[in-house]
Design a protein around this ligand. Structure first.
Ligand SMILES: Cc1ncc(COP(=O)(O)O)c(C=O)c1O
Length: 304
């Protein structure tokens, strides 16, 4: 773990080592918490958080969905992100983890009386799926784990409990020699990665599944905006796993994963087996945006 100096917890900055919870913390037992994964990049004009407003909005929406009443005002939470970045001496790019969780004082499944707590942590973190992955792509398998179904879980929430599924799918993939898993939905269509949304390219058309069975991804939305700017035709429709075997290019998007090419799925080489030209174009456009090199999208950056 790339430790930093301070973590923001319930209104104040505390030493990294002191950001602890009791063993009877409600969330530890019953899994109800909501969180975000947000990145800040070292731009030419200093460290800047990418789409802070959108991440904070999704966090509060997630809390609403899982019936957690935030203990911190919205603007205070946004300011907390800045405080964390200002108080730590980051020289590289940073990953931020705001979390709203249920603390100590109440046990039992009925959660509404459990005290709510909020923390914002940040640490320096490089490419989630490896620098080499960004260039050469990653080896993916179709998971035996179905993506959380809409009948029993809340897929619009970035809820901690949803990640048991992702965790099991990731475990299975890594243990089987792959780098990431693709989960299918209940109907057998490609849903999402364990922390990413899926794109494929077929005959010059960029295709990404609707968000019925994936998180409403901020990176996916950004990539779609960039594709529209570039005049790339876009389709939002279902994709089957065998369509990925025969597509020209495939890639994952996510705050952590950024834009990561998929070089194979289930041992079938995807496209040219490396980063395809459209993937490269969109990846490079994405990095231009997050690093503040595209003036059109400066409004997505909150400078520290
Ligand atoms: C399951 C899942 N799908 C998709 C994404 C991509 O979302 P975003 O681009 O907002 O980070 C994430 C990451 O947050 C995720 O955990």
């Amino acid at each position: 773990m790339n430790e930093a100096k301070y973590i923001w917890m319930d209104g104040k900055l505390i030493d990294w080592k002191d950001a602890k919870v009791h063993i009877l913390t409600h969330t530890v037992h019953y899994g109800n918490a909501v969180f975000e994964g947000t990145r800040a990049y070292q731009t030419e004009d200093g460290l800047a958080i990418f789409r802070l407003e959108d991440h904070c909005k999704r966090l509060y929406n997630s809390a609403k969905i899982v019936a957690i009443k935030p203990n911190i005002a919205y603007d205070t939470l946004k300011e907390a992100h800045l405080e964390v970045l200002r108080s730590n001496d980051f020289t590289g790019n940073v990953y931020m983890r705001p979390i709203i969780f249920l603390g100590y004082g109440q046990m039992g499944v009925h959660h509404v009386k459990a005290p709510v707590q909020t923390a914002v942590a940040a640490w320096e973190w490089g490419a989630y799926l490896g620098e080499e992955g960004l260039e050469k792509g990653i080896k993916v398998c179709t998971s035996s784990i179905t993506r959380n179904p809409n009948r029993s879980t809340f897929g619009k929430a970035k809820a901690a409990a949803n990640y048991l599924n992702s965790q099991m799918a990731k475990y299975e993939a890594i243990e089987s020699g792959f780098e990431e898993a693709l989960m299918l939905d209940e109907n057998g269509f490609a849903a999402e990665g364990t922390g990413e949304c899926l794109f494929i390219v077929r005959d010059g058309v960029l295709v990404s599944p609707p968000n019925d069975n994936s998180l409403e991804s901020i990176t996916q939305a950004t990539v779609l905006e960039l594709a529209r700017d570039a005049g790339i035709p876009i389709e939002r429709r279902n994709i089957t796993r065998d369509e990925i075997y025969i597509c020209d290019e495939a890639f994952f998007t996510g705050t952590a994963a950024e834009v990561t090419p998929i070089n194979s799925l289930d041992h079938r080489v995807v496209g040219n087996g490396a980063r395809g030209p459209m993937t490269q174009q969109l990846q490079s456009a994405y990095f231009d945006v997050v690093f503040g090199r595209n003036p059109k999208y400066k409004h997505y950056l909150t400078y520290v």
